[in-house]
Design a protein around this ligand. Structure first.
Ligand code: SF4
Length: 348
């Protein structure tokens, strides 16, 4: 894996981004922001599964005003997502937003951008320049590819903020196309000192979206690029946070909660290992400690993996063997597989 690109550090609320800080996991609410209670409830669910930063859509003044109440009910920093109307950015700052995500290019005249930049600077609030491939400004040069156009547009907007003496900047340039996204981030990584928010936009449902996101985000992280990540899924945002941590855990970049090792099952399997692994996975979601748990389907290859885990089970016909720290500690009946394993996990 490449050494991590070291950017400037910015702080959104009390969360540091870039400069070697741990890669931050973020998500976005899918509630109507104007409904403060529903939004708080969803953010609490996200907090519980480890989300460190949350973004809310601010489509109108009522949504901007709701930020005051939302902030009272949550403990992670909040980023207001603004399009087009600079007044919504100013209102969101007034209401206590810890960060803004906007596209200076679609805010309009320079004096409007200036007002937002000044108000954000006064409060020490960073702005993410968030570009999407689908909403790039028109270009006069038809030979430029999408990645080049995203980079050029991002650089233009960075220069605009810098000219206003604003440098609390974070940048994202997302496309649905994974190679385009990787190319754009690779290109800009050496050109700017600011932290990068990475992700694949409109990635899809969990089945396909997690794969697209993992390939895109995982490749960039492997290249040392990325300071905060969002996995965009057509699903409850909890799924985004879970997927983000799995990506980071698989590259040993962050550790949070358990790692589940489970065998694919095969013709040797003599118990319902798929059902057991799914049930264990559900129960592990509520556990914070970094523990390696193995669910294996036979007594041929199973004991090896089960022994290597902190806690594991090798399932045989009607009976299974529980291992803890490499030692066989019990033989249990099939009906007790789940509870016996979870008792050891919870007490580990
Ligand atoms: S651990 Fe056993 S049951 Fe599972 S895939 Fe390997 S051989 Fe098959």
């Amino acid at each position: 894996m490449n050494a991590r690109r070291i950017s400037k550090t910015i702080k959104i609320g009390d969360v540091a981004i870039g400069g070697g800080a741990p890669i931050v996991v973020q998500s976005m609410t899918k509630t109507d922001t104007r409904n403060a209670q529903a939004t708080i409830d969803q953010i609490k669910e996200l907090q519980d599964c480890g989300c460190e930063l949350v973004r809310v859509a601010v489509p109108d003044a009522e949504a901007a005003g709701a930020i005051v109440d939302i902030k009272k009910g949550i403990r992670i920093p909040l980023v207001a997502d603004i399009h087009f109307d600079y007044r919504l950015a100013l209102q969101s700052l007034e209401a206590g937003a810890d960060g803004l995500r906007l596209n200076p290019g679609n805010i309009g005249e320079a004096d409007k951008v200036k007002k937002v930049a000044m108000a954000a600077r006064e409060r020490g609030v960073p702005i993410r320049i968030g570009l999407n491939a689908g909403s790039l400004p028109k270009t006069d040069n038809p030979r430029l590819g999408v990645a080049d156009r995203m980079v050029n547009s991002a650089l233009e907007q960075i220069r605009l903020l810098e000219s206003l003496d604003f440098d609390l900047i974070k940048v994202s340039m997302k496309a649905f196309d994974v190679p385009t996204t990787i190319e754009a981030y690779q290109d800009i990584a050496d050109k700017i000192p600011y932290p990068l928010h990475i992700g694949i936009t409109e990635a899809g449902t969990p089945r396909t979206g997690v794969i697209r996101s993992t390939v895109g985000i995982g490749t960039l992280l492997w290249l040392g690029i990325g300071d905060t990540i969002r996995v965009s899924l057509t699903a409850h945002p909890r799924e985004e946070v879970i997927a983000a941590y799995e990506i980071l855990k698989s590259l040993n970049l962050r550790q949070r909660g358990p790692v589940l090792v489970s065998c694919p099952t095969c013709g040797r399997t003599e118990a319902d290992v798929v059902k057991l692994a799914e049930a264990v996975e559900q129960r592990l979601l509520k556990i914070d400690k970094p523990i390696r748990v193995a669910v294996m389907g036979c007594v041929v290859n199973g004991p090896g993996e089960a022994r290597d885990a902190d806690v594991g089970i090798a399932c045989g016909k009607g009976k299974g063997v529980i291992f803890k720290k490499g030692k066989k500690i019990a033989t249990v009946e099939e009906k007790d597989f789940l509870e016996a394993l979870m008792k050891e996990v919870e007490g580990f």
